[in-house]
Structures are given as C-alpha cells and as structure tokens.
Design a protein around this ligand. Structure first.
Ligand code: DAH
Length: 328
C-alpha cells in the first residue's frame, strides 16, 4: 500500500508543476506512454507466476486508475484557467458583429463557361484544354485552311514567327485531340483565343468553346438538336432561331445560327457549326467512310453580350466593380 501512496504522491507533485496542456502530455507519456513507468510494470507481469500476477495486476490497475483521474482533473483545471485568463485580460464581447468582409464573385465569363461546361458534360462530352501558343499546322493547315486561303486574312493572326502564333480559334483542338485518340469522341474545348482586332464588339483576346463529335452515326439533325437545346439552356429563353447556310473550311455543310431579337426584329448571329470536312478527318487519319463528325464554335463574349445586353466588349476586361458586382 505504501507503494500506492508513493506513486500518487509523486504524480501529484509533478502535476503541480504542469502549467500547460503540453506539460501534461509529457507527464502522461512518462507514466502511461509505450515506455512509461506504469506500462513497464504491466509488461513485467508476464514473468510472474499466476498468483503474484493476479495480486500485482490489481495493484497496478488501481494506481493507473487513480493517475488517470488526476490527469483528467488537472486538464479540466488548466482549461478553466485559460478561459478565466482570457476574460481577465481581454474584454471579449461575444455579441459584437464580425468585421465586414467583401466577398469576391466569379467573373461573368467564368460563370457562363462553367454553365456551358455543365450542359455539355451532361450530354457526355469530355472537357479538354489546349495550348494558346499554337503552330500554323494545328491552327490552319490541318483544318483545311490552306496558306493562300482568304479566311486566313480574316483571322488577323498574332504571329511569333513564320510558324508559331497565338491561336485564333479553339478548333485547333479538333486536330490535337484526334491525333491522340480514336473515335468515338465527344469533346468541348473552352479557352482563350487571340485576334488582332479591336472594336466595341471585338477584343484582341476573347473566349471560345469549340465542340465536336466523331462517331459512326452522327448527322446534321443531331447537331441541330444539340445546338437548339444549348441555346435554350444558355439564354434561359426560347428565341426563334434559324440555321443559315454558311462557309467554314473545316466543315461541310456549314451553318451559322441566328437568333431573332424580338425588340429590334433583327437576326443576330450566335455561333457557327457544321459537319466536319472529310479532308480534316483524313488529316487525323480517321476514315470518312466509317466515321462522321460534327462541330461547332461558340464565341463566349458575343453570346454573353446578347444575353445581358452589354454593348461594349471591353466592359468584361475593365475590372469595373459596378459591372462585376451585378453578377454576384
Ligand atoms: N473556329 C470558328 C471561328 O473561330 C468557329 C467555328 C465555326 C467552329 C464552325 C466550328 C465550326 O467548329 O463548325 O470563327
């Protein structure tokens, strides 16, 4: 029994020196850790015969229980002391309201691109990204836009040298993707594109979402269905739309989609689309006898401007909080 008293006395005197929670932890492992005094005692029991083992284990357990209780009480005491101290030194008023924090919001372009990604994701499209610095081959040649093709001029390309450029269209990812995988594929590519062009409706950098499907049974009706539903989803409004015959070197037939603005009674062009040109399929070694493709290209700023009635494309990039805050 004197053993018991000695142990407890010892623990009590050490506990009285504990000022912080960490001191308590150290003391705890001194007694109850893997190599703690009490743990070692338990380990020793193994070497004793049954009778002594029983006797001693009751004794050690009693000590252990008491020590645990003392630790618990000291811990509680320390905690209360911390709170008392806090209240003494600082005037804490829990009823005070917190500081006002100005939360930022997503830029409208990011927000709308995310919505667009969601729409196509639900239709089974993968979302890929490509390099903004491209070479002539991916941006033009492989898309059937030959060196002397007039549509090259309309792209007002920023060239680094004869071969390297800032991509003028995300369509280049049709080629990059198809070089790396086999059909069937269903992909959209959101991203920045660049053209040396600046006006109320044109900015040298803007965003596009390219989309394409290559599969065995794809036809123009599928494309029309996807595009019509996309526009309904995007504008959250049923516009009258029309598919107007058009020309893109990488699609045939090609179409542009217009929506009817009922206030001005004017048709407004919103995006381009078409069936992928067999030459483009050939360039990526896909047999146009077996597979067929459709593609579309959406100019993001343009459709956002129409949706929210924004007249100057520069509003997007001026970081004017008055515009940005409208979309929080
Ligand atoms: N790349 C075209 C542009 O930048 C947009 C486009 C039109 C993409 C028709 C397509 C398409 O995939 O089929 O003007």
């Amino acid at each position: 029994m004197s053993d018991y008293k000695n142990y407890i006395q010892d623990v009590l005197s050490k506990l009285s020196k504990c000022k912080k929670k960490n001191d308590l932890n150290i003391l705890r492992s001194e007694y109850l850790g893997v190599n703690g005094i009490i743990t070692k005692k338990f380990r020793k029991l193994k070497t004793l015969d049954l009778k002594d083992k029983k006797k001693l284990s009751i004794k050690i357990n009693k000590i252990k229980k008491k020590i645990l209780k003392l630790f618990f009480l000291k811990k509680k005491f320390l905690k209360e002391k911390i709170i008392q101290n806090l209240n003494k030194h600082k005037n804490i008023d829990l009823s005070l309201s917190s500081k006002e924090v100005n939360l930022g919001s997503m830029h409208i372009i990011t927000y709308e691109i995310n919505r667009i990604k969601n729409f196509f994701f639900k239709l089974g499209f993968e979302i890929l990204f490509g390099p903004e610095i491209e070479d002539d081959y991916y941006n033009f040649d492989a898309l059937n836009i030959k060196k002397n093709h007039p549509s090259r001029d309309s792209h007002d390309t920023f060239w680094f040298n004869k071969n390297i450029l800032l991509r003028t269209q995300t369509s280049s990812m049709q080629i990059r993707t198809m070089e790396q995988r086999k059909p069937p594929v269903r992909v959209i590519v959101p991203g920045k594109v660049y053209r040396n062009d600046s006006s109320l409706t044109h900015s040298p950098m803007f965003h596009q979402v390219e989309g394409f499907i290559i599969d065995k049974k794809i036809n123009f009706s599928n494309l029309k269905w996807i595009m019509s539903n996309f526009l309904l989803y995007f504008f959250k409004k049923k516009y009258k739309i029309r598919f107007r015959n058009s020309y893109f070197p990488f699609t045939t037939p090609s179409a542009e989609i217009d929506i009817l603005n009922q206030t001005s009674n004017k048709w407004l062009e919103v995006l381009g689309c078409g069936m992928i040109h067999p030459q483009v399929l050939k360039n990526v070694h896909v047999s146009s006898k077996k597979y067929i493709g459709c593609a579309f290209g959406i100019g993001i700023e343009r459709i956002i401007m129409l949706k929210y009635n924004i007249s100057n494309i520069r509003s997007f990039f001026k970081n004017d909080l008055r515009l940005l805050k409208q979309f929080t």
